[in-house]
Design a protein around this ligand. Sequence first.
Ligand code: F6R
Length: 245
Amino acid sequence: MRIIVANDYDQLSSRASDIIASQLILKPNSVLGLATGSTPIGTYAKLIGMFQDGKIDFADVIAFNLDEYYGLAAQDHRSYAFFMATHFFNHINIPRERTYIPNGLAPDIEEECYQYEAKIRQAGGIDLQLLGIGHNGHIGFNEPDVKFEALTHLVHLDEDTIHANARFFASLDEVPRLAISMGIKTIMHARKILLLASGKEKAATIAGMVHGKITPELPASVLQLHPDVTVVVDKEAGAALGSIR
Ligand code: F6R
């Protein structure tokens, strides 16, 4: 695991966008795995800037998002499909038919999950997977105790996650309790992983992920077993890493 400690959120976003840009320069038809949440917003903004400056091009990229709330339509402003459109896809030249997000209204969830995995396989697998991390160590929406061998599946969100995500909803009651998420196995199949974390409330989780035991109780700890993981944290999120870097 490669750990980069940035001075602040802005530098974290620069480092992360540089890593993604270099991936696209080396392989313009990269398959990217993308994340939502607060953490990557700055990274997307910087990538949009690089695109506008003509430094990178998304015409041949394929993108798969990690997850989507179950029960929300793509047009719903609280859906992850809407988030990706407003924070990223509307501002770059990725063809919309090359962007994939689980369908939160799929009538047959099992079939939706199966087809999502099939599309990732058909695309040749994910070259670079961008991840955030939950306070409880979740990656995607793989909450503590989800089996490491899970592929894309329907998940029950933890109370902790429901509370953390309530900031995007009018009330706690409106936060969906279910989501469709790539599984840990899907994430582990990505060739490269880039995980971002910002803020002091993530510090203990990051230290556990890097130095703790590998356990489904802290799902991100499984990344210790992946051969190519880069973690970019700001000073606050890296505060508990100590001198072992
Ligand atoms: C988002 C996702 C989640 C978030 C995590 C951190 O697609 O899968 O795992 O990355 O909940 O969210 P933020 O960045 O809002 O702290």
